[in-house]
Design a protein around this ligand. Structure first.
Ligand code: 0RA
Length: 320
């Protein structure tokens, strides 16, 4: 692709390695974001938002705004610490530029920050950059405003200090490349479902979705975490007990939370997540939970003489 030549001339030999990364992403986009269809398109938004969510889980950000703009470009704004703007010693460019151009150079490049959220593929903003016709970055940090623009992942110029500010945060605006994506129209419903989910999973973070195409807006803010999530799922059902059951525990670095509430229907609705990622195919976390729940019911039933010494017992299926 012609990008290689453009950048060799305008941006020096150091960026060649970076370009190879961008080239790889543009050549096989599905390897990085799953598909170039509707899912992949929306995945771009999740990748950017996940960086702001990381800032929120680290305790530095409580407000995230996602805007679908008139031209189907997406703006993601947060009030976190801002992507670092200092020179990256090894790369010779700003740390922000490294984050936006190097594959896998997400939150991890500050080495001590442990990434606990992440997109489905967790590939980072550089992939979004490579797959966008244009991407504009604004960082507000240490009293300064810094901006940089990219075309298909290639910077127009180095990060520039453009002014002063008292606020802090990061704003990323990108327009997906229509030569890569089969469709480039964003769905309000798809984005609002995911952002609502993220707000449940990251209680205390306010996430606003704004659609400038039709002047529509939603705000997601849930103090109650997954308990609020279960209440939301049951909002139109007849519940059998007022408050969802909430269980949490941790072992070593692993925190587990469960919320459940019975309703008067027969169908079960189970959502499981690992590090904010919806594990739609289940996994050992869900299998373990199911067997623990069955065991808890059996023990209760035996000890309260509902069952005779475990001669009969519930099967997992009975509890679903
Ligand atoms: C690495 C280190 C630090 C912040 C971030 C990344 C960061 C990235 C994004 C992307 C969107 N919003 C973001 N906010 C923060 C923190 C470095 C420090 O201040 O110590």
């Amino acid at each position: 692709m012609e990008i290689v030549n453009e950048v060799k001339e305008s941006y020096g030999a150091d960026s060649i390695k970076v370009l190879e990364g961008l080239e790889a992403v543009r050549k096989r986009p599905a390897m990085y974001i799953g598909s170039t269809g509707k899912e992949g398109l929306h995945h771009l938004v999740y990748e950017v938002v996940d960086n702001s969510i990381d800032e929120a889980s680290a305790g530095f950000c409580d407000t995230i705004v996602v805007k679908i703009r008139m031209d189907n470009s997406i703006l993601v704004d947060d009030n976190g610490r801002g992507i670092p703007v200092d020179m990256h010693k090894a790369e010779g460019v700003s740390a922000a530029e490294v984050a936006l151009t190097k594959l896998h150079a997400g939150a991890k490049f500050s080495n001590d920050s442990y990434k606990i959220s992440g997109g489905l593929h967790g590939v980072g903003v550089s992939v979004v950059n490579a797959l966008s016709i244009s991407l504009d970055l604004e960082v507000r940090r240490d009293g300064g405003v810094y901006t940089q623009s990219y075309i298909r992942g290639v910077p127009n110029a180095p990060l520039e200090h453009v002014g002063k500010t008292k606020s802090r945060g990061t704003t990323i605006t990108f327009k997906p490349d229509d030569t890569i994506f089969e469709e480039t129209e964003f769905s309000y419903d798809i984005l609002s479902n995911r952002l609502r989910e993220l707000a449940f999973l990251n209680s205390g973070v306010k996430i606003t979705l704004i659609d400038e195409r039709v002047e529509r807006q939603s705000e997601f803010f849930y103090k109650g975490g997954i308990v609020s999530f279960v209440e939301y799922i049951n909002r139109n059902k007849k519940v059998l007990h007022k408050n969802p059951i909430f269980i949490s525990g941790s072992k070593e670095d692993c925190l587990v939370e469960v919320a459940l509430q019975y309703n008067d229907t027969y169908a079960e609705n189970v959502f499981s997540f690992a590090n904010s990622i919806n594990t739609t195919e289940g996994g050992t976390h869900l299998i373990g939970f199911r067997s623990a729940l069955t065991r808890a019911f059996n023990n209760y039933a035996v000890s309260s003489n509902i069952l005779k010494n475990g001669k009969e017992s519930f099967k997992g299926e009975d509890l679903r």
